[in-house]
Design a protein around this ligand. Structure first.
Ligand SMILES: C[S@@+](CC[C@H](N)C(=O)[O-])C[C@H]1O[C@@H](n2cnc3c(N)ncnc32)[C@H](O)[C@@H]1O
Length: 307
């Protein structure tokens, strides 16, 4: 992220005033200058050209993300080839995993849903088709080039700008009010966060009491022969093919390395509980290569049966 963009943030001085995220204060500490845009700031833009303008405005308010700079830069470097590489490396299976995650989320028409670490927007765009005109979908990610691919994809599919908003934001500081969404989902993003439990708490914060938080993430297959094959595939084959397709072999060494060490299965459910989620459950996918997890946000005391 260039200096120019960083100093343009926060709507200070002579810079055009940019609306801060609804209900979110500018924080303090190492990430103190982060300011996000709310979806409302994008209203009245309906054309594809408008979509680009919205995006430029969104870029102007991203800052204070130094801690995850390496991850951000890594995804920026592979953004253009991310989708095709994913398709090749997973032989298309990642699409089915995403479908399973959505079936755990159980989205319905009219709901407000958030796709965190949205990347190239697969889940946000799938949700858009479900919530319909009465619903609202946001996709947030801190990597601008990934979100640009999401916008391109939306355009290609003829999705109007007003239907899905892609917002540049850190998953650890979501620019949304408490309880603003009916549900949030994150696919293959949680293990990249500096503090996954804080990420889960932040997802839970923006969901209404009784709403859902769904996570799709890599695991470690435990079925003996298959586990050995997958280890070989992810350590020897994946970096080679990923490097060949994107020019960044390191990014595809990072993926299996982080996936191999990230808590999965019951250990991840414990993290969800630590983040305050209840009714947690999981679905192993493809012998444990991935897992879909679901938790619910606690009803506020006094909510149950108060209607
Ligand atoms: C492996 S990609 C997954 C993208 C998409 N969800 C998918 O399943 O195809 C991980 C994404 O998480 C984003 N990410 C990582 N750390 C983040 C953070 N702290 N805040 C926001 N986005 C983050 C990256 O920029 C990247 O787009």
């Amino acid at each position: 992220m260039g200096e120019g963009r960083r100093t343009a943030a926060a709507g200070s001085g002579t810079q055009p005033k940019v609306a801060p995220a609804c209900g979110v204060k500018e924080g303090s500490g190492s990430r103190s200058r982060f300011v996000g845009l709310s979806g409302g700031s994008f209203r009245a833009v309906g054309s594809f050209r408008g979509m680009s303008i919205c995006w430029i405005r969104a870029l102007a308010v991203v800052e204070g993300m130094a801690m995850s700079r390496e991850v951000q830069e890594m995804f920026a470097g592979i953004a253009e080839r991310y989708d095709v590489t994913n398709r090749v490396l997973s032989a298309g299976i990642h699409g089915r995993w995403k479908g399973r995650a959505l079936s755990l989320l159980k989205p319905i028409e009219g709901e407000k849903l958030l796709d965190v670490c949205s990347g190239t927007g697969d889940l946000a765009l799938a949700l858009e088709g479900i919530v319909g005109r009465r619903g609202r979908v946001q996709g947030s990610d801190f990597c601008e080039p990934m979100l640009r691919q999401a916008l391109k994809k939306a355009r290609k599919r003829g999705v109007e700008d007003s239907r899905v908003h892609f917002v540049a934001a850190d998953a650890l500081r979501l620019p949304y009010r408490d309880g603003e969404f009916d549900g949030t989902v994150v696919a293959f993003g949680i293990r990249n966060l500096d503090d996954p439990v804080s990420g889960l708490r932040e997802m839970a914060r923006v969901v209404r009491p009784g709403g859902r938080v769904v996570v799709l993430e890599f695991g470690q297959p435990s079925f003996p022969g298959f586990a050995a094959f997958y280890r070989w595939y992810s350590r020897a084959v994946m970096p080679r093919i990923g490097g060949w397709l994107t020019g960044d072999r390191g990014a595809y060494e990072y993926l299996p390395r982080t996936a191999a060490s990230f808590p999965s299965g019951r250990r991840f459910l414990e993290l969800m509980e630590k983040a305050g989620l209840r009714e947690v459950r999981m679905v192993p996918l493809s012998f444990g290569i991935a897992f879909a997890y679901r938790g619910e946000v606690k009803e506020a005391v006094g909510d149950a049966g108060s209607a």
